[in-house]
Design a protein around this ligand. Structure first.
Ligand code: HXC
Length: 259
């Protein structure tokens, strides 16, 4: 796939997506969002892809937010459209993906950049990363799901503090409050994400997708417990379930086909 603002490649069933606007600290302009929407769809429909690792180009920023220069003259309706389109096509599309997305946060993750990382299923940060939702410094609030996902991840009190102060926090503070799953030196960032993805790759694909769907349902205003029961039941209909149980009983490694 050839993109203007993304680098994407598949290696050993992992799709690597790098947001590549280093001079603008990988800020999300319209074209980048459209390309992200496209690559998310590609990941969804490409059987070979078992998971996605998303990062930013360079050593300074994951993503420094939505491209402020693009929306500087927007009115309310245009602002609402921007948020709605982005949420539908990118942020919710990632969260609702049946394949795991890991954000490898290699530097600043601010505003829409932190929102993008929070839409992913897991986050690993490099030790130089800084995270925050500085929208109130622009007279805005987060619009790509940040008020919801930050609250879900760190709780109401800390979310309100971060959003209303606009203060950035360090990677280690982010780990302490559960905003990131782990912190590693920048040189080890991608390999740490790969380590997690390579474990997931050994598990039953349909069970992974059922698990993600169920966990995501838990933090939506839907009855996540019922979704979990339904998804749990569906797992029993899969060949992978039979293979997994058979392998256990036969004391061998399971060989899952994703069926
Ligand atoms: C557009 C951006 C940008 C952004 C950085 N740049 N962030 N361009 N949109 N969000 C550009 C700068 O204009 C500059 O380009 C270049 O990247 C380098 O940035 P500097 O500011 O010179 O770097 P530095 O001094 O090191 O400061 C780094 C920084 C700062 C602290 C990350 O750039 C910053 O505060 N950026 C804005 C962060 C922010 O407010 N994000 C939230 C955006 S609102 P030029 O060409 O000028 O040299 C948002 C809303 C989401 O995300 C919801 C939408 C629905």
């Amino acid at each position: 796939m050839a993109y203007q603002n993304l680098i994407s490649e598949i290696k050993e069933n992992i799709l690597y997506v790098t947001i590549n606007r280093e001079k603008a600290l990988n800020a999300l302009n319209k074209d980048t969002l459209a390309e992200l929407a496209d690559v998310i769809e590609f990941a969804k429909k490409t059987e070979q892809v078992r998971g996605v690792i998303l990062t930013g180009a360079g050593e300074k920023a994951f993503v420094a937010g939505a491209d402020i220069k693009e929306f500087s003259d927007y009115n309310g309706k245009q602002g609402e459209d921007l948020a709605k389109r982005g949420q539908d096509q990118v942020f919710n599309a990632i969260e609702n993906s049946s394949k795991p997305f890991i954000a490898a946060i290699n530097g600043f993750a601010l505003g829409g950049g932190l929102e993008l990382a929070m839409a992913c299923h897991m986050r690993i940060a490099s030790d130089n990363a800084k995270l925050g939702l500085p929208e109130v410094t622009l007279g805005l609030i987060p619009g790509y799901g940040g008020t919801q996902r930050l609250t879900q991840l760190v709780g109401k009190g800390k979310a309100i503090e971060m959003i209303t102060t606009a203060n950035m926090i360090t990677a280690s503070e982010a780990e302490k409050i559960g905003l990131v799953n782990g912190v590693v030196p920048q040189a080890d960032l991608i390999s740490k994400a790969e380590e997690i993805m390579n474990v997931i790759k050994q598990r039953a694909p349909l069970a992974i997708s059922a698990a993600i769907k169920s966990v995501v349902a838990a933090v939506k205003n839907s009855d996540g417990y019922t979704v979990e029961i339904e998804e749990f039941g569906k797992c029993f209909e899969t060949a992978d379930f039979k293979e997994g149980v058979t392998a256990f009983i036969e004391k061998r490694k399971a060989n899952f086909a994703g069926k």
